[in-house]
Design a protein around this ligand. Structure first.
Ligand SMILES: [Zn+2]
Length: 459
């Protein structure tokens, strides 16, 4: 039994009155965010100007607190003057905007000082009218209604959901889940309510704990497993591309917005845009659904999963491949497998980014120097072994772990592995918590070293 933080998201079906209230809360959130940002900007500018006149730091205008708590105190003092309508919305709407601002300022600050990893974070910007609508409730009476068809939200009331809330409701009734917050969002023409839930999960262990599966991700087929199973690429984006093209032509004939002439978009243009958005949403939903089903099945069956550590963000920079890679969702599949293996207590191994899984012979281990992308069948120069290219790669990935655990026999055709210099084979694991005791069956010193750091179990 583990406690995890998990989100349950339900599509809402609000009445028109409730929709007005939902919009109003999101607007209130935006207003508070912009108000706080203006306050902090003015304060920073004031202090900067004073400093430029040579004032000592102690003589400057006092700085405004950047914490959510401090901002909320200032807001409560000022709200009667700046937003006399504040009582129309739950106070949570304004708190959520100020909390978001505090987070954004904190991210910018830690990024500037170098304590935050990842890309540089810019100073927060004002949210315009077209910013995404969202608002979070952390206190007050929110949660599920008893009939498993409605959610309760402060000030907004009891809102009907499109699907049943049964799964979460059962957890709450059993006392195995605690709802921490509720976030409403508007995406692709639909309202959602996402509950952040602290939940006691007891997922069954993989049905075949000793099984090791290597997965070769690709574009032609979504994935090829070392067991020989091929998962076809469902090509969700291609399915809707005809409709998309038609709508995009239609949008081009209609009057869109123009920043230079300050022309406002026509309502017909906006209507077409929302239809385009709906198609993209449909494709994305179908893709996510398929990936969840695949990752769940893999994680429930196999004890150990070996994936390539693909540089997906880098591959997306290739403009010939970007659309296809994004359409497959490789990064998303890896993300799902990562957190799901941790839940069931399985192991996930990421092969080194430079490990030549496609160029290595899965029978004798010889590495070919060149393999064109157009060669769909792998042919070994050393032992004459022939196999489908992707299946060969998947088997190599699986063997990375098999060698270590001693679970599989040594390469069959007796040839020596000719590893090219400067191409050391390493594997990296996502969660290193322990080292396996398995002994390699047959290995050179270098492979042994690799073998030992390769096999660590995810918790
Ligand atoms: Zn071979």
């Amino acid at each position: 039994m583990t406690i995890v933080l998990q989100a349950y998201r339900f599509a809402l079906d609000p009445t028109s009155m409730q929709e007005v209230a939902l919009r109003s809360h999101c607007g209130g959130q935006r207003y508070a965010f912009n108000w706080g940002l203006a306050l902090i900007k003015a304060n920073l500018d004031q202090r900067g100007a004073e400093r430029s006149y040579g004032l000592a730091d102690t003589g400057l205008t006092p700085s405004v607190s950047w914490s959510a708590y401090g901002l909320r105190k200032l807001w409560n003092k000022a709200k009667d003057a700046v937003a006399p309508w504040w009582a129309e919305n739950s106070k949570e709407a304004y708190s959520s905007g100020l909390a978001n601002l505090a987070t954004a300022l904190g991210n910018w600050n830690t990024s500037k000082t170098g304590t935050r990893k990842g890309p540089k974070i810019r100073f927060p910007r004002f949210k315009g009218r077209h910013a995404g609508l969202s608002c979070r409730f952390t206190t007050g009476s929110f949660g599920l209604a008893d009939d498993r068809r409605h959610v309760k939200l402060p000030r907004i009331g009891v809102v009907r959901t499109h699907e049943s809330t049964r799964k979460l409701a059962r957890h709450v009734e059993r006392g195995t889940a605690r709802i921490r917050s509720a976030t409403i969002t508007h995406r692709g023409g639909r309202w959602f309510c996402a509950f952040s839930v602290e939940i006691h999960r007891s997922d069954p262990a993989p049905s075949r704990p000793d099984s090791v599966v290597g997965i070769d991700l690709g574009i032609k087929s979504l994935a090829v497993l070392s067991t020989g199973e091929v998962i076809e690429n469902p090509r969700h984006l291609a399915m809707v591309s005809r409709g998309l093209r038609r709508l995009q032509r239609q949008a081009a004939r209609r009057v869109g917005p123009d920043r230079h002439t300050r022309r406002i978009a026509s309502s017909r243009w906006r209507k077409t845009q929302s239809r385009i958005a709906r198609l993209h949403t449909a494709a994305a939903n179908a893709r996510r659904d398929g990936l969840h089903k695949l990752s769940a099945r893999l994680v429930r069956t196999h004890g150990t999963i070996v994936l390539e550590n693909l540089h997906v963000a880098g591959m997306l920079r290739n403009r010939r491949l970007a659309r296809h890679i994004a359409s497959v969702g490789m990064g998303e599949l890896r993300r799902q497998i990562t957190y799901k293996t941790a839940r069931v207590g399985g192991a996930l191994h990421l092969a080194d980014r430079w490990y030549p899984s496609s160029k290595t012979c899965s029978a004798c281990g010889a590495v070919r120097t060149k393999l064109r992308l157009s060669e769909r069948t792998f042919h070994c120069d050393q032992c004459g072994f022939e196999l489908d290219r992707d299946l060969n790669a998947a088997r190599n990935l699986a063997q990375l772990v098999c060698e270590v655990a001693g679970g599989m026999s040594s390469p069959s055709c007796g040839a020596t592995r000719n590893e090219p210099d400067g191409n050391p084979r390493k594997t990296r694991t996502t969660r290193a918590t322990g080292t396996a005791t398995g002994r390699p069956t047959r290995s050179t010193p270098r492979r042994e070293a690799k073998a030992h750091d390769a096999c660590t179990r995810a918790s």
